[in-house]
Design a protein around this ligand. Structure first.
Ligand SMILES: [Zn+2]
Ligand SMILES: [Zn+2]
Length: 344
């Protein structure tokens, strides 16, 4: 299958909550940096959706969901494909279940968030791991990673060159994600969590991560079976179906354009792409190609199976399990795929 790859950003705030620009302004910026889609999520509001702001802005498809949180402002949850905000009185278990029952797409936001020592910023982690019915989790959240690295001595540097500090998704969240996937399919997404807010460091007041800078970092690439439709309802379904089905890989654009990355597991009779499933045969192997030289790591059931530096990679698969690929450039995480399932 020859997939059409589209690239976008997930988890973007606007003036409807604590962002600093309108939907229209943000969509225009997304167009300038060549994105195909943008998934908005403001806190506890679908005002943009109610005002009819979903749709195409030039070539950029903008879709609108929202970010739910609990009483303690923890368990932030991105809810898409639902036309109303769930009651604020619900617990995390209740809103995850309610979203699932409504047929919505639900993604845990910054689930493993920890922050540095700067007391001005608290963290907003996921705390209730007994919830059932979520579709995905943010594996890589730009704001969380940036905040976690923030120290008193480096804050000026971090504000001045924010993109340089991003490394990779934490091993905590990758472990959890791999573990859940051995039981069921849960998509991993990269989020920008863009607000474009002001940061005060001594006498300086700077906008950290202006939207445009952020849109040139963590991107999610979706693999579509058909080109993205210009019809809103059809296009919407294409995007949400690809996410649900784990036909997703993530990249940090700072280290190179990743859309020509490919990961497949195949044998003489058939092959499976990211999000897919294949039956184990004797000649089953993983095949990876990347557009620039990098360190390619094949992870199976959460463990490193093989590693190689180059632009391509092949490895014979001998065990059933869930397999994914990570690519690094130097120490920096560049590309992270979702899983392919190998079954007996
Ligand atoms: Zn949040
Ligand atoms: Zn947010």
């Amino acid at each position: 299958m020859d997939y059409k790859i589209i690239t976008g950003v997930v988890h973007v705030h606007t003036l409807d909550s604590d962002g600093t620009k309108t939907h229209e302004e943000v969509a225009a910026i997304a167009g300038e940096v060549g994105l195909d889609f943008i998934l908005f999520a403001d806190h506890m509001t679908l005002q943009g959706l109610d005002e009819g702001k979903e749709g195409f802005y030039g070539d950029v498809l903008a879709l609108i969901g929202y970010e739910h949180n609990d009483h303690d402002d923890c368990n932030h949850y991105l809810i898409y494909e639902n036309d109303k905000v769930l009651p604020a009185s619900m617990t995390a278990a209740e809103y995850v279940a309610a979203a699932s029952q409504a047929g919505a797409l639900g993604i845990m936001a910054h689930p493993d968030e920890m922050r540095g020592r700067d007391a001005r910023f608290r963290s907003y982690p996921w705390t209730d791991w007994n919830v059932e019915g979520f579709n995905g989790m943010e594996i890589w959240n730009q704001m969380s990673e940036w905040m976690e690295g923030l120290k008193f001595y480096n804050q000026i540097l971090m504000v001045l060159s924010p993109r340089k500090w991003l490394q990779s998704p934490t091993s905590r969240v990758r472990r959890k994600w791999d573990d859940i996937n051995t039981r069921r399919k849960v998509v991993g997404i990269a989020s920008v969590d863009a607000h474009g807010f002001l940061y005060r460091a001594g006498p300086l007041r700077l906008t950290i991560f202006p939207y445009k800078v952020q849109f040139k970092t963590l991107r999610s690439h979706l693999m579509l079976t058909e080109p993205l439709s210009r019809d809103l309802e059809t296009a919407k379904k294409q995007i949400y179906d690809a996410i649900r089905d784990c036909r997703v890989f993530m990249s940090n654009y700072r280290w190179g354009e990743a859309k020509n990355f490919r990961f497949e597991i195949g044998n003489a009779s058939t092959s499976a792409a990211i999000g897919g499933e294949i039956t184990l045969e004797e000649d089953t192997k993983a095949i990876v190609t990347i557009p620039l030289v990098g360190r390619i790591r094949l992870i199976g059931n959460g463990k490193l199976m093989a590693e190689k530096k180059g632009k391509s990679f092949e490895h014979i698969i001998t065990q059933p399990g869930v397999y994914r690929v990570e690519v690094y450039r130097g120490k920096k995480g560049w590309i992270f795929s979702n899983h392919i399932r190998v079954v007996e």
